[in-house]
Write a protein that binds this ligand. Structure first.
Ligand code: CTP
Length: 436
């Protein structure tokens, strides 16, 4: 278990985004927006060609940071500070002159170049540093992720292929390009990966170099087929599990999300494993729980599946239909006690309605070997399935019960993850930068 560690949350990470002169440069705005949404600090460096396709002002506004354009700061050309004798000995303005590329690479935890043209790939592969961006990449000691974007003939050009292979061998990372319709009117491989895919790769890369917990979260309902078109399921949206996965990610933990068919968007920056049935969810949990410091089982696993799944569509009509149902395995009951034995932390959820909810949740806490159970009454308007708010109580084996107020699922997730960190003996350093 990762005890007594601290981690840097995403809010304290810096990404340098290099933008080169491909038509996909306009998508840099969305990349900056998504990174900023997660609290990641972004500094943008643009090539001269990129500024003709995308506004540096827009990227400066979105990143809330000056955009670096030149190796040499033109504003210093008129009165070079080093020649301003009156300032000698008072301050050192000249220290910043011409070293933007060093600062850009040193301040960053990761560099991403999106779009990356054939030109920048060629330059980096062959050690050419003739402008701010190529110099910054060359001076960088952090991982560099390229998102290539170019015409299909260029992507398939032998020189580009060799450059990409060379860069991969040297440890440079790539996301995309994808196949599809290209801006030039042709179809083929060369489209820049979508901004969500690029940000997903950036965040995963940032979190790999972390000292956080390994967190496994399950979310959503499962679907049990009755025939090729009909399923047995429940009303779970998956929002609570997604909120927990996103919160754990933002606090610097490496997250794997096992997701049933969700009725909400999947979070970026986490490993996602899509499952449909309880059996598939069980297989995924059993594969991944061994390396998880923390398992949070929010999934509303269907309790039954059809004894026989009909190969043909069941006939509809006026006659009563009965289907034999058999119980699904209880995933948590199978892994919880084993995890407890080896000191790994496990949190379950209980959906209980009525007065004895507490007592029934406590029985589950005990029977499934849990360290905490999150009790929820989904018949309340402020805690309903699919809603954005929830009102939960947190119960532990020691007999403690904390009733949380009705709040957004994200706020509840923050409280659950904070408590889980403590149960894991994990000392976060995030409170001061991550306000509630
Ligand atoms: N759970 C599970 N496998 C199942 C059923 C539930 O792992 N087959 C997990 C859920 O993810 C949840 C906890 O067990 O974390 C409790 O689920 P819940 O459905 O409330 O309880 P059940 O044990 O299914 O009891 P009941 O159906 O009586 O409410």
């Amino acid at each position: 278990m990762a005890a007594q560690q601290s981690t840097a949350p995403l809010a304290r990470r810096t990404v340098t985004l290099g933008v080169t002169g491909g038509i996909a440069a306009y998508k840099a705005a969305e990349i900056v927006r998504l990174l900023r949404q997660m609290g990641i600090h972004v500094q943008v460096a643009m090539t001269a060609a990129a500024t003709r396709l995308m506004s540096a002002h827009a990227l400066a506004t979105l990143s809330e940071h000056r955009v670096a354009l030149d190796l040499f700061d033109p504003s210093l050309d008129a009165t070079p500070p080093s020649l301003d004798v009156s300032s000698w000995g008072k301050s050192q303005p000249s220290r910043e002159v011409g070293i933007d590329h060093i600062a850009l690479s040193r301040r960053a935890d990761l560099m991403v170049v999106a779009p990356a043209t054939a030109n920048i790939l060629g330059k980096v592969a062959h050690g050419i540093a003739d402008d701010l961006l190529s110099t910054t990449i060359m001076a960088s000691s952090v991982p560099v992720l390229f998102a290539p974007a170019m015409n299909v003939q260029m992507w398939e050009n032998a020189a580009v292929e060799e450059n990409v292979a060379l860069l991969r061998r040297r440890g440079y990372l790539f996301v995309g390009p994808a196949a599809g319709a290209l801006a030039c009117g042709e179809t083929g491989t060369g489209r820049m990966a979508e901004p969500t895919e690029i940000v997903d790769a950036v965040v995963r890369e940032l979190l790999k170099r972390r000292h956080g917990l390994r967190v496994l979260v399950t979310a959503g309902p499962t679907e049990e087929p009755l025939d090729p078109v009909r399923v047995l399921s429940n009303r779970s949206s998956g929002k609570m599990g997604v909120a927990i996965a996103a919160e754990a990610r933002d606090r610097g933990h490496l997250v794997t999300l096992v997701a049933g068919p969700l009725r909400c968007e999947l979070p970026l920056g986490v490993e996602r494993i899509a499952v449909t049935t309880a059996e598939e969810m069980q297989a995924a949990v059993e594969t991944h729980e061994a390396e998880a410091d923390l398992l949070v089982m929010t999934a509303a696993v269907a309790d039954y599946h059809a004894k026989v799944v009909s190969d043909a569509k069941l006939p509809s009509g006026q006659k009563a239909l009965s289907v034999d149902l058999v119980p699904n395995p209880d995933i948590l009951a199978a892994v919880g006690p084993k995890r407890r034995e080896r000191g790994a932390i496990t949190i379950g959820f209980a959906l209980e309605i009525g007065a004895d909810g507490d007592a029934r949740a406590r029985q589950k806490l005990e029977a499934k070997g849990l360290d905490m159970i999150v009790l929820n009454d989904a018949t309340r308007a402020d805690s309903a399935f699919g809603g954005d708010t929830t009102r939960v109580a947190l119960l532990t084996p020691e007999g403690d019960a904390a009733q949380l107020p009705a709040q957004t699922k994200r706020e509840a997730a923050r409280e659950i993850v904070r408590r889980a960190e403590r149960l894991c003996g994990f000392l976060p350093t995030v409170e001061e930068t991550h306000p509630s």
